[in-house]
Design a protein around this ligand. Structure first.
Ligand SMILES: Cc1cc2nc3c(=O)[nH]c(=O)nc-3n(C[C@H](O)[C@H](O)[C@H](O)COP(=O)(O)OP(=O)(O)OC[C@H]3O[C@@H](n4cnc5c(N)ncnc54)[C@H](O)[C@@H]3O)c2cc1C
Ligand code: FES
Ligand code: FES
Length: 469
């Protein structure tokens, strides 16, 4: 049992114990390491000023993350690079010179975060196009320069080889972690056996994944979790993998992992995940964290429901598998006993393949396209028989206490031919079953209208009708 965490910052080993592991990385960098190039503005993952690079044992490259919501206890065995270290790299100096020459930095408060985020991109693309840069920078705000000159400096910077950032070769520290400081107590066991024993003896333990939800709660609501269990130290060689006909999503699998996995085989899914948060968030946010957070506007849930995902739960009494639909009981109420943990999600590959070959769409509507919370999310698929309507499956978020799951077949819908009447019947049936709330993201009336319009859009996008009716 180890009572400290180890991480590497700019190649230097840091062994941290006691109360310090309960701080955000940004505070540790600025206050303990005097690495003040990393800035903090919003403290909730929204502005990118605190961006740094992180590499874990499963990834070959560094990834940009938000250090303000990355708590140190979640960074055991990780390598971190900050802007101070990056600026020693001749390729990055070229990028920095272009920032100066293009007038891409005024007060300069956002610039270190932007340089870190672009360094992530230049590892993958030697001459990124404007669309790649815009996508990479969705999580970085600049309040004074204006984005045109930032875009110009970044597009001007071209390399012959992908950017290579040094890594430290080190043996992973494979012991379980148990760090105590007064009322604070953190556990990160190495095995499921230890994890379920801990949860059995301490059902009050707060489970943390990668803290993109919880980090905001800790920073903004000043809620303190004193007794914490992380499953991120349980040995996995792969974040997600195919096994016995399922895609297995482990607690380590991030939104970025799934986006990358789906890129070529299930483009509809990766398209949706492109507008999930920002790259910095997606590099940390786990799928299981999104599911367990249980928000009715959790962006992965409509798709996971449609794909007939199952949840594998584990406790000292053994394992049980339930349909994701049955995991949700009511708003933030789950079919999960106090002694249970989510071990993994199982997505049947057969369903994924059927969806990708058939009529299937995913939609997210928010006030702005990038880095925004959904007003409504909708997954829809349609089955035909002899070119006539047979079944419609809809999973809709933002219209009730949980993401709603409806199937209408030919007994529910009288019209079988594609046209205005069929769309109206499906839409009316759906609207009967939903009860959206009014809040600052939209009124109930607006959300109902969105659902109606997205159903119409589905028929238009799938080319069942020539125009949006
Ligand atoms: C700036 C920003 C933008 C965001 N944008 C989006 C967005 O576009 N769409 C969206 O859906 N979400 C968004 N989110 C929310 C968040 O990123 C996701 O919900 C994310 O998937 C949570 O994963 P995590 O690993 O960070 O979980 P954490 O924050 O660590 O945990 C989330 C919840 O899951 C529970 N939990 C985690 N693992 C387990 C387990 N194995 N067993 C039982 N319970 C568990 C935790 O107790 C906690 O209640 C955003 C967040 C931020 C800060
Ligand atoms: S300070 Fe704004 S994202 Fe971290
Ligand atoms: S240069 Fe001032 S915030 Fe970007």
């Amino acid at each position: 049992m180890q009572n400290s965490i180890t991480l590497w910052i700019n190649q230097e080993k840091h062994q941290i114990s006691g109360r310090d592991i309960f701080k955000p990385l940004s505070s540790y960098l600025r206050e303990d390491c005097q690495l003040t190039g990393t800035k903090v503005v919003c403290g909730e993952g929204d502005c990118g000023a605190c961006s740094v690079l992180m590499k874990d044992e499963c990834s070959e490259q560094y990834m940009a993350i938000n250090s303000c919501i990355a708590y140190l206890y979640g960074l055991h065995n990780k390598q971190i690079v900050t802007v101070e270290h990056l600026s020693l790299n001749p390729d990055i100096q070229k990028l920095q010179k272009n920032f100066v020459n293009c007038g891409a930095s005024q007060c300069g408060y956002c610039t270190p975060g932007i340089i870190c985020t672009l360094a992530d991109l230049y590892q993958k693309k030697t001459s990124p196009k404007s669309k790649h840069i815009k996508n990479a920078l969705t999580g970085n705000l600049c309040r004074c320069t204006g984005y045109e000159s930032i875009l110009e400096a970044a597009t001007k910077t071209k390399f012959k080889q992908p950017l290579r950032l040094e890594t430290v070769s080190h043996d992973l520290e494979k012991e379980s972690l148990d760090v105590v400081d007064n009322q604070y107590h953190f556990h990160a066991p190495q095995s499921w056996r230890e994890a379920i024993e801990l949860k059995k003896n301490h059902p009050e333990l707060k489970i943390v994944a990668n803290l993109t939800d919880l980090g905001v709660v800790l920073n903004k609501l000043k809620v303190s979790h004193y007794h914490i269990l992380s499953l991120q130290n349980i040995e996995t060689t792969q974040h997600l993998f195919e096994h016995e006909g399922n895609l297995v999503i482990t607690p380590a699998a991030t939104i970025h992992d799934v986006e990358e996995y789906c890129e070529n085989i299930y483009p509809e899914v990766s398209e949706l995940l492109r507008i999930f948060a920002s790259p910095q968030i997606k590099n940390r946010a786990t799928i299981i964290g999104n599911v367990a957070n249980g928000s009715p506007i959790g962006d992965t849930i409509p798709f996971l429901l449609m794909a007939k995902t199952q949840v594998k739960l584990i406790s000292s009494q053994g394992e049980r598998i339930i349909a994701l639909e049955d995991f949700y009981i009511d708003y933030k109420k789950f079919n999960l006993r106090p002694d249970e943990l989510i071990k993994c999600l199982l997505i049947p590959l057969e369903t994924l393949n059927e969806l990708s070959k058939g009529h299937f769409r995913l939609y997210k509507v928010s006030k702005r396209k990038d880095l925004d919370i959904s007003a409504v999310t909708l997954a829809m698929s349609l089955a035909l028989k002899n070119n006539q309507f047979q079944q419609a499956h809809l999973c809709v978020g933002g219209v009730g206490p949980v993401v709603m799951n409806f199937i209408f077949d030919s007994n529910d819908i009288s019209e079988k031919n594609f046209g205005k009447q069929l769309i109206k019947e499906i839409s009316d049936k759906t609207l009967e079953k939903i009860a959206p709330m009014s809040d600052h993201r939209g009124s109930a009336k607006y959300r109902n209208k969105l659902v109606e319009n997205l159903i119409k859009k589905f028929f238009y996008d799938e080319k069942f009708v020539q125009e949006v009716l």
